[in-house]
Design a protein around this ligand. Structure first.
Ligand code: PEP
Length: 243
């Protein structure tokens, strides 16, 4: 279960979150957890997550390893700061910051090069779904975002199906809608990378995952976990998503 905090929480609030989450994680068999805080909170998160089955993620990276790119953060910097994962191609990055399938592809390659697991986000807008273009969009994002990868590399990636109309809207995909998209993405992985790689590929669902809908979504055969925004900000709420 992956938490995307977006532009929320300070370092002190990061420490508070983990202090509240720690006993819940130690108490029971929780799934593997990834937390993506804002960049300045990464050191606090790394310290606070010590000893827990929790990995820390960046929310974005630039594809060059270093250089004169003011305001950007690279894969090697994230890795050195203690991250093991990085979110790539979130729809908010595509919508507000000009990210394209081509930049996603460069960032995925840079993440893998740095030893980070990219969580690669794909998903259609409401207009695209209503026009019947969901599969066309997912195919384009999958193919253009991941075209340069080999089988070994795809096994070090996580895919996140995040329908844009469900992100932060409270409008969740039904379990059946999510399953259909996930099965389609897995079929794309199968035709590109083969059956074994497709079977191992972890595909997360993201879009208004909440305590009241998480069980139905996670019960779907091709839904391997969740990428959670709003419901990940409160430790008790997030803990309740962990089963
Ligand atoms: C997200 O930002 O990846 C997300 C899924 O947000 P929310 O859970 O708030 O819809």
């Amino acid at each position: 279960m992956a938490a995307n905090w977006k532009m929320h929480k300070t370092p002190a609030e990061t420490a508070e979150f983990f202090a509240a989450l720690r006993p819940r994680l130690l108490a029971g068999a929780a799934p593997f957890v990834v937390v993506a805080p804002p960049f300045p909170c990464i050191p606090a998160a790394v310290v606070a997550a010590a000893g827990l089955d929790v990995a820390i993620a960046g929310q974005n990276l630039y594809w060059e390893p270093r250089g004169a790119f003011t305001g950007e953060v690279s894969g090697p910097i994230l890795k050195a700061a203690g991250c093991d994962y990085v979110i790539v191609g979130h729809s908010e990055r595509r919508q507000y910051f000009g990210e394209t399938d081509e930049t996603v592809n460069r960032k995925v390659g840079a993440a893998l090069e740095a030893g980070l697991t990219p969580i690669v986000c794909v998903g259609e807008t409401l207009a695209e779904r209503e026009a019947g273009h969901t599969e066309t969009v997912l195919r384009r994002q999958f193919e253009r975002g991941l075209w340069s990868l080999g089988v070994e590399q795809i096994l070090n990636c996580v895919l996140a199906y995040e329908p844009v109309w469900a992100i932060g809207t409270g409008r969740t995909a039904t379990p059946e809608t999510a399953q259909a998209a996930h099965a389609f993405l897995r079929s794309l992985a199968q035709s590109t990378f083969g059956g074994e790689a497709a079977g191992h590929l972890r595909i997360l669902y993201g879009g208004s995952v909440k305590p009241e809908n998480v069980a139905g979504l996670m019960a779907q055969p091709d839904v391997d976990g969740g990428l959670v925004g709003g419901a990940s900000l409160d430790a008790a709420c997030f803990a309740s998503l962990l089963g």
